[in-house]
Design a protein around this ligand. Structure first.
Ligand SMILES: *Cc1c(COP(=O)(O)O)cnc(C)c1O
Length: 459
C-alpha cells in the first residue's frame, strides 16, 4: 500500500515514510492510495480477539515491515492494556459502551499511541535515524504520546502544555515520567499559543530537517489506522449492522469509523457527538463549515473548533478531488468559513451538539440506572445516542455503540458534580507525591527552539 496527500502534491510514499512524515509536505493529510475491501474476510474474522484482528487488518495497509515483526509489534503494543481483550464492551440497557480506556494513560488515545511508539522504534532502528517529537497538548494527547515513546533511545519527545490550564491530574501524568528522553514544557500561554508555536516550528523546513522533528498529533496516518481496528472488532460483535456514536474533537476517531465502513465492516450509521464547540454539528446541519469561538466545557478534549482530520473526510466526500478540496481549505483559511452549498447528502453521518446540562444529566442517569460511571466525553456520546434512537425510526432496531473515550477517574470534578461521588483509579492515585519534572518557558518560539537544541546537545 502506498500513501498520497489529500492536496495532490505528494504520492507513492511507503507506510514508514508516511509514519515519519506526519503532516504531508504539501500541507495536506496522508491517505492510502486505495481502501481495501474486507467483505469476504468478515466471516473468518468474526471470532478474532482484538490483537488477532489487528494482526490481520494492519498488514493490508503496512507492507514495508516484515509481517512477523509487525505481528510482534502489535502484540507488544497492547500488552500494556489492563483489559483481557484490550477493549471492553459494556451493555447499558439498549446501548453498548465500547471501553477504549484500559491503556496506560486511561484514554482512547493509548490504542493508537502505544502502537505508534513501537512503530517509530522499529522504523528508526532499521534506518538508523533519530526523531525528535514536538507536540502541544490540552490534556490527554501529551501523556499518551509520552507513554508511547518513554525510554526509547532513538526518540526524544517535547510536549508543550499551557501553564495552569491542563487539569492537575493530566499535568501529573506527564511530569512524573522519569525517563531522560521526555521533556515537558510548561508554557506561559494558552493551548492555542502552544499549537501556534508547534506549527511555526514545523513550518521552518530547514530547522525541521536539521533537528529531525516529527509529529504525534492525530494527523499522523498511523493513528487513524490503529483506530479502525476497534470499529471492526465492535461491529463484528453484533449480528446486525451497528450505529456508532463518537464523542468528537479533531474528527480523527470518527474518521477511522468512516474508513471501517468503507472497508465493508457492518456499520449502519455514524453519529458525530460534539459539545458546545459545535462546528461539525453545524456543518452536517447546514453544509457550511464556519469557525466559531472556542468554549471551555467539562469535556475539554473536545474543545476544538477546527477539526484537523475533517480534511480527510472532505477529500472522500469530494470524490478524491484534490483541487476542490484544496480550494475549500484555502477559502476556509482565508475567510474562516467555506461551504458545500447544502447539508451533505451523506446518509451515513449525522451530528448532534450536547450542552453542559445534558452531559451532566447523562452521567447522573447512567449512574442511577446502571451503577456505571461515564466520563464527561463518553457522556456527550451517550446523550447523543439516546436522542438519536428515541427520535429516529430508522435506527430504532440497530445495535448502538457509544465510544467510551476516557476513564471517569481522569475527570473527577465533573463526575462528582453529576453523581456526588469522586471516581478514582489506582494508576492515577499512585502519581501523587512523585517528583515532577517540567521546564517553564515564556510564550516565545525562540525560547522553545533554544530549549530543544540545548536539551538535545546535552545528551
Ligand atoms: C482526544 C479525545 C476526544 C476527541 O477525539 P478526536 O479524535 O479528536 O475526535 C474525545 N474524548 C477524549 C477523552 C479524548 O481524549
Amino acid at each position: 500500500m502506498k500513501y498520497k496527500s489529500t492536496r495532490g502534491q505528494v504520492s507513492g510514499l511507503s507506510f514508514s515514510d508516511a509514519l515519519l512524515m506526519g503532516l504531508a509536505s504539501d500541507n495536506g493529510l496522508l491517505v492510502p492510495e486505495s481502501i481495501p475491501d474486507v467483505t469476504d474476510k468478515l466471516a473468518q474474522w468474526q471470532e478474532l480477539g482484538f490483537v488477532a484482528l489487528a494482526q490481520e487488518l494492519m498488514p493490508l495497509f503496512i507492507d514495508d515491515i516484515d509481517p512477523e515483526v509487525l505481528k510482534k509489534l502489535i502484540a507488544e503494543s497492547y500488552s500494556s492494556f489492563a483489559h483481557e481483550d484490550v477493549v471492553g464492551m459494556q451493555e447499558l440497557g439498549s446501548l453498548t459502551v465500547l471501553e477504549l480506556f484500559h491503556g496506560p494513560t486511561l484514554a482512547f488515545k493509548d490504542v493508537a499511541l502505544q502502537l505508534l511508539g513501537k512503530l517509530f522504534e522499529h522504523v528508526l532502528g532499521q534506518r538508523q535515524q533519530r526523531l525528535n517529537i514536538l507536540g502541544a497538548t490540552s490534556g490527554d494527547t501529551g501523556s499518551a504520546a509520552i507513554d508511547g515513546v518513554r525510554g526509547q533511545k532513538n526518540v526524544d519527545i517535547f510536549i508543550m502544555y499551557p501553564k495552569g490550564r491542563v487539569s492537575p491530574l493530566q499535568e501529573l501524568q506527564m511530569t512524573t515520567v522519569a525517563d531522560d528522553n521526555v521533556h515537558c514544557i510548561e508554557l506561559e500561554g494558552s493551548f492555542d499559543d502552544c499549537q501556534n508555536i508547534m506549527k511555526t516550528v514545523f513550518a521552518d523546513a530547514d530547522y525541521k530537517a536539521k533537528y529531525q522533528l516529527g509529529a504525534v498529533n492525530s494527523v499522523n496516518w498511523a493513528r487513524v489506522l490503529a483506530q479502525i481496528v476497534y470499529y471492526g472488532y465492535a461491529s463484528l460483535r453484533h449480528p446486525e449492522p451497528s450505529v456508532f456514536c463518537v464523542p468528537t474533537g479533531n474528527f480523527g476517531n470518527v474518521f477511522a469509523a468512516y474508513l471501517a465502513k468503507r472497508m465493508g465492516f457492518p456499520i449502519k450509521h455514524l453519529l458525530v457527538a460534539t459539545n458546545d464547540n459545535d462546528i461539525l454539528a453545524r456543518f452536517f446541519a447546514t453544509g457550511t463549515y464556519a469557525r466559531g469561538t472556542v468554549h471551555q466545557t467539562i469535556s475539554p478534549a473536545m474543545d476544538i473548533q477546527v477539526a484537523s482530520n475533517f480534511e480527510r473526510f472532505l477529500y472522500y466526500h469530494f470524490g478524491q478531488d484534490s483541487a476542490r478540496l484544496t480550494q475549500f481549505m484555502e477559502d476556509f483559511g482565508a475567510q474562516g468559513q467555506a461551504g458545500i452549498g447544502a447539508p451533505p447528502a451523506e446518509a451515513l453521518m449525522s451530528s448532534v451538539a450536547v450542552n453542559r446540562e445534558q452531559t451532566l444529566a447523562a452521567m447522573r442517569e447512567v449512574n442511577e440506572q446502571f451503577g456505571y460511571t461515564l466520563d464527561p466525553h463518553t457522556a456527550v456520546g451517550y446523550y447523543a445516542a439516546k436522542r438519536l434512537t428515541e427520535q429516529s425510526e430508522e435506527h430504532s432496531g440497530a445495535p448502538v455503540v457509544v465510544v467510551g473515550t476516557a476513564h471517569p477517574a481522569k475527570f473527577p470534578e465533573a463526575v462528582e458534580e453529576a453523581t456526588g461521588s469522586e471516581p478514582t483509579h489506582p494508576t492515577l492515585s499512585a502519581l501523587h507525591g512523585l517528583p515532577k519534572r517540567s521546564h517553564p518557558l515564556p510564550c516565545d518560539i525562540e525560547a522553545v527552539k533554544a530549549y530543544l537544541v540545548s536539551s538535545l546537545g546535552a545528551e
